[in-house]
Design a protein around this ligand. Structure first.
Ligand code: NDP
Length: 288
């Protein structure tokens, strides 16, 4: 039987409609959730990502401010701006779009962002709190994946989750979040030997490597839940995932498509984190 397709676009739209109500309730209390995105340089992909974030914020009534700086900006200048934003009480979320030009250390910049405004969830304090299982800003892509699993009522506890890819922004944190929810987790990466042996054991398979159609039905277990994070542009301009959707959907129980899968959920969770930051800064509890 063909897999149930998890439509991330529809789910993201539903969640964003709820967030729009939440934002307007916060407005009634004089709180105006606000996200500041900083872009250094003119990388076209980054520009398109930040514009997408700005559009999504505005659509739910959230204030969004894009600061564009020239590629020649020094690390010191960027640190100065972050300090200013950290101290600006009207700014709740700060996101510095990566990658940064090579003369600026991403680690230094990420660590300079106040953990109270770290809506990307990349600050070492946020990561540490996540590993400790404490409340924090979760990184947006893995947070979006967990939300999808929860919304579909997919049980994580006791399942074998295999994560293909170990990046700091996707692979590592999604494995940790699944572990926190009592999955048994295996990480695989480019040095893994006999990869298929692990893939075929996966009750939940998360693929985040950036290689078009790398995974086919042959590598997945019958009825696996398959989450495809990959975004790959083919020569004809089309966007595909890391999973060969057409074959895998015949074997999986649930599967995310690309596009309209994990992608729209990532920005949604950024909005969620910004609302959370605004609530926390104004000491408003959830649901009030
Ligand atoms: P990175 O390039 O940072 O990491 C890729 C990971 O995949 C590495 O751990 C690497 O292993 C592993 N890998 C690469 N090739 C293979 C292979 N042939 N076999 C086994 N492992 C392999 O990628 P990201 O995590 O940033 O992104 C992954 C994909 O997800 C990309 O397509 C990206 O565009 C997409 N993405 C999508 C998002 C969304 O919102 N939908 C958000 C973020 C990313 P090693 O560590 O050994 O080098």
């Amino acid at each position: 039987m063909s897999a149930h397709i998890i439509n991330g676009r529809e789910l993201a739209d539903d969640l964003r409609a709820q967030m729009k109500d939440e934002v307007s309730k916060l407005h009634e209390q004089g709180i105006y959730p606000s996200l500041t995105v900083v872009l250094v340089g003119e990388n076209p992909a980054s520009l398109s990502y930040v514009k997408g974030k700005e559009r999504a914020s505005k659509k739910i009534g959230m204030h969004s401010n894009l600061i564009q700086l020239p590629a020649s900006t020094s690390e010191q200048q960027l640190l100065g701006l972050i300090d200013q934003l950290n101290n600006d009480t009207t700014v709740h979320g700060i996101l510095v779009q990566l990658p940064l030009p090579s003369h600026i250390s991403e680690d230094i910049i990420i660590e300079a962002i106040s953990p109270a405004k770290d809506v990307d969830g990349f600050h070492p304090i946020s990561i540490g709190r996540m590993i400790a299982g404490k409340d924090t800003f979760l990184p947006c892509t893995p947070y979006g994946i967990m939300t999808m699993l929860d919304e579909k009522g997919i049980t994580v506890e006791g399942k074998h989750a295999v994560i293909l890819g170990r990046s700091r922004i996707v692979g590592k944190p999604i494995g940790q979040m699944l572990l926190n929810r009592h999955a048994t987790v295996t990480y695989c990466h480019s040095r893994t030997k006999q990869l298929d042996r692990y893939l075929q054991q996966a009750d939940i398979l998360i693929v985040a490597i950036g290689q078009a159609h790398f995974i086919t039905d042959k590598q997945i277990k019958e009825d696996a839940v398959v989450i495809d994070v990959g975004i790959n542009r083919l020569e004809d301009g089309s966007i595909v995932g890391d999973v060969d959707f057409d074959s895998a959907k015949e074997k999986a129980s649930y599967i995310t498509p690309v596009p309209k899968g994990v992608g729209p959920m990532t920005i949604t969770m950024l909005l969620q984190n910004t609302i959370k930051a605004a609530r926390q800064m104004n000491q408003v509890t959830n649901g009030s």
